[in-house]
Write a new protein. Structure first.
Length: 90
């Protein structure tokens, strides 16, 4: 999970750099083609990346929650297996 977090952080950095570079282009072009390019390409790519990152982050939260639940269940099972009721009486 640490690697996933690291990759998401890296993707955030790339999207931010993408946005900065595109803002520089947009500020310098100042024409209708740049507006059209921004609306039909840059905005779509940016929004898609943002949605993807949000989806992955939400999935990561769910996965972490499931891992914690499984750890808790494992501990409960270990307690049950080590309890005197399970001891062999032969």
């Amino acid at each position: 999970m640490k690697q996933l977090k690291m990759l998401l952080d890296e993707m955030h950095q790339y999207v931010q750099a993408f946005n900065r570079n595109n803002q520089v282009l947009k500020d310098n072009w100042q024409d209708r083609k740049s507006e059209h390019f921004s609306d039909t390409c840059i905005t779509i790519v940016n929004n898609t990346c943002q949605e993807y990152m949000q989806t992955v982050e939400q999935a990561q939260v769910g996965i972490n929650s499931s891992i914690e639940q499984l750890k808790s269940m494992e501990q409960e099972l270990a307690k049950e297996l080590n309890s005197p009721e399970w001891a062999y009486k032969g």
